[in-house]
Design a protein around this ligand. Sequence first.
Ligand SMILES: Nc1ncnc2c1ncn2[C@@H]1O[C@H](COP(=O)(O)OP(=O)(O)OP(=O)(O)O)[C@@H](O)[C@H]1O
Length: 332
Amino acid sequence: MTATTQPAGASKGINALGLRKSYGEKVVLDGVDLQVAPGTIFALLGPNGAGKTTSVQILSTLISADEGQATVAGHSLEQDPDAVRSEIGVTGQFAAVDGLLTAEENLELIADLLHLDKAEGKRRAAELLERFELTDVAQKSASNFSGGMRRKLDLAMTLVGKPSIIFLDEPTTGLDPRSRRTMWQMIRDLVAGGTTIFLTTQYLEEADQLADRIAVLDGGKIVAEGTADELKRRIPGGYIKLRFDDARHLDAAAHTLSQATRNDEDLTLQIPSDGSIPALRQVLDGLERSGIHAEALTVHTPDLDDVFLALTGQGRKTATTDSATAVKETQR
Ligand SMILES: Nc1ncnc2c1ncn2[C@@H]1O[C@H](COP(=O)(O)OP(=O)(O)OP(=O)(O)O)[C@@H](O)[C@H]1O
């Protein structure tokens, strides 16, 4: 990694510039820039083998980049990895829970590793067991835990050291929908308390639900970055749908909005649109000028699956397929 000096007032979040990493001939990261604001959730998406785990490993000091520079929690990865380590927590794809120990022992072990004194370690373990609703099973061996319970315990173990930044590498892989939602709520609670979350996931819904910003990694590069809504607007296939209460209004609107496709059966008009506020305003102003009353308006944007497929070249699925599965309806 090239030398870096910690910029004055470096963000307490994550800032990475030009990260490169190769394994032999294989270029895994080919100049990756990442910015994560403190107290936000950032999701890194990418197909299998895109380099998500490698990015987490670099930013959490487990491995070094070949080139590039980064600060994590305001500390340079290269110059002050210990300071970075003292600020972060990492949970990997394979929970670090020791099945031979009880939940409480797992937590106390981490407290020991962090050199907390015994009383403080016990207090912290008890607090986390309660927060994660694991008090009832505190004395049970973790080998008997369900996947969801292991994940909760794993996250609790990460929190023993009170990290300001947590890397969650595919935190809900293999969890059932209920456990996934429980984990999402825990992640939201952490962020509400000021923690910064760097998340990798293959579940686009997870990124959509949780992330303030999303970056899509493909071919070693960030191919898109933005909020979920910004990413959805980048690909075609969105539209505004207007419903009218009678055929007279439908006729008048179809006349005014010449680019619209009409459906006489359900008295709707569909207008291609990126779903942005200016686009909505233009349509509504047009209707108002002509004195046309629309009963309902819905905005349809491509979902993150469409974005992912379009951006990562993982296949072709255009948002214009217009099926209930391809296009998500967002009532605004
Ligand atoms: N230690 C290593 N030695 C050689 N190649 C590696 C090593 N670690 C990762 N790779 C390769 O780097 C590429 C990126 O791997 P990485 O695990 O970062 O991808 P990922 O996006 O996390 O994938 P997944 O979603 O499948 O977990 C893969 O092709 C992988 O085989």
